[in-house]
Design a protein around this ligand. Structure first.
Ligand code: FES
Length: 455
């Protein structure tokens, strides 16, 4: 019995030992598995973290690069040189609006980026994209600068700004399908006079234009302004004052009467301040209350006869800007008075362009006006025929339902620049287009044989 107890005891002990060993092995195995799982878990965690880091790095890199691209595009779009000049269009805000007369409004334009703005030569203009409501694209127009950056204390603007002064023009002809309103004169100027407010944004090209006063020349100056043609003359007078120039300056300024007499106070003030500046205001239709000797000096037009009466001789640099009859009569009068063409400077905007241009074109018909040349507009899929009925390629394509950008319509602003895919164009004598040979300014270009345009 004791022996069987011992056997049972030994067997029990062996069984327990076996169970314990099994348990130990199982525990060791489990620990090993756990340890292996933990390693795998750690490995997975590390891998996951690496992937997250990698994703984050990629995202950061991508976002940096995207920001870089945007920044670079932004910089490119709004690239402003140290001197304030820029290429293409730049955003400005209307900082102040001032009524000069019932139909003339001045806009003070402040750069949206707050940076410096380009200096300009007195007489140059700005090209604006005017956001006229209801138009599928902004209306491009050119307006002479009437004041520079640091001379606008009355505007309340502390930083740099430009001033343009715009007369509301009334279009003489209604818009038609062939010639819609955005190519009509008066659309933008009326909008500016009636609707533009402080804070409105306008895209602007840097000051440009070939009409400017030669500040190096010692010659005395005659300024001839008709109506709103006074604006570039204001810039010129301002520059004379700023520079302290002693050159003699005589301004002949023709308007209907006191209702149209913009900048009268400024002109009186500068003539009183500067002994070398004289202002001769001419009213062609004085109002009953307009007093000769006070508001105006001459009852009548600015005419070649008046110039000969007032000026001792013709040894002046002449600068003129005004409506077509004004420009044409004075230009011809000066030529007849033996003034060399090199001393007659004029601003030419669209319909106010001087008649000489057309006369010259008619006279050189041998070059191309009498020919019928095909003009292919590649992007529009049209081929139209050039004939002497048109004054320029711009007029031709508009008459055929294609309306490219245009501003000055006189070769000054560059907004109508168009790719010349094949063929040749020519320009009137004395006109030097400011573009590469593979492009042309269609507002002043005529075909010299068949041409293909990127339009
Ligand atoms: S419209 Fe200005 S250059 Fe042609």
């Amino acid at each position: 019995m004791a022996a069987s107890h011992s056997v049972f005891l030994l067997l029990g002990m062996a069984l327990c030992a076996a169970v314990l060993i099994q348990l130990g092995l199982w525990a060791a195995q489990s620990l090993s598995i756990l340890s292996s799982n933990r390693r795998q878990f750690e490995l997975s965690r590390k891998l996951m973290l690496q992937q997250i880091e990698s994703i984050i790095e990629q995202r950061v890199a991508h976002s940096d690069s995207a920001a870089g691209v945007v920044d670079s595009a932004h910089k490119q779009k709004n690239s402003v040189a140290e001197d304030g000049s820029w290429a293409g269009y730049r955003s400005f805000r209307v900082g102040h609006v001032a009524k000069e007369t019932s139909s003339v409004t001045s806009l003070y334009l402040v750069p949206e980026d707050g940076k410096q703005i380009a200096q300009f030569r007195p007489g140059q203009h700005l090209t604006l994209k005017v956001p006229v409501p209801g138009k599928t694209k902004p209306v491009v127009r050119c307006y002479s600068l009437s004041c520079g950056s640091n001379n606008n204390p009355e505007s309340g603007i502390a930083g740099p700004s430009y001033r343009i002064s715009v007369k509301a023009l009334v279009s003489q002809t209604p818009a038609t399908e062939a010639k819609p309103a955005f190519v009509h004169h008066g659309v933008a100027s009326t909008f500016i006079n009636q609707s533009v407010c402080v804070g409105d944004r306008i895209e602007i090209r840097a000051p440009s234009g070939h009409f400017w006063m030669d500040e190096e020349s010692p010659m005395p100056v005659v300024l001839l302004a008709g109506g709103i043609g006074i604006t570039p003359m204001i810039s010129m007078l301002e520059r004379i004052e700023e520079s302290g120039s002693q050159r003699s300056v005589i301004l002949f300024y023709g308007v209907n009467n006191s209702a149209d007499h913009a900048f009268g106070n400024y002109l009186q003030g500068i003539a009183a301040k500067l002994p070398n500046v004289h202002v001769i205001s001419c009213y062609s239709k004085p109002l009953p209350n307009d007093v000769a000797g006070e508001q105006f000096k001459v009852n009548g037009f600015v005419s070649p006869e008046l110039l000969k009466q007032v000026l001792p001789n013709n040894h002046y640099q002449f600068y003129m800007c005004g409506p077509p009859p004004f420009m044409e009569s004075l230009y011809q009068g000066l030529i007849d008075w033996q003034v060399p063409e090199s001393r007659i400077n004029y601003e030419a905007f669209g319909p106010a362009s001087i008649g000489k241009k057309k006369a010259d074109r008619k006279s050189d018909s041998a070059i191309g006006n009498d020919r019928i040349d095909p003009v292919s507009l590649l992007r529009s899929g049209k081929t139209v025929l050039w004939s002497a009925d048109h004054d320029s390629l711009l007029e031709l394509v508009e008459a055929n339902g294609v309306f490219p950008d245009s501003g000055c319509r006189a070769g000054s602003c560059g907004s109508c620049e168009t790719g010349l895919v094949s063929g040749k164009v020519e320009y009137a004598e004395g006109q030097k287009p400011d573009c590469s040979p593979s492009k042309c300014l269609i507002c002043i270009a005529r075909p010299d044989g068949p041409v293909e345009l990127d339009l």
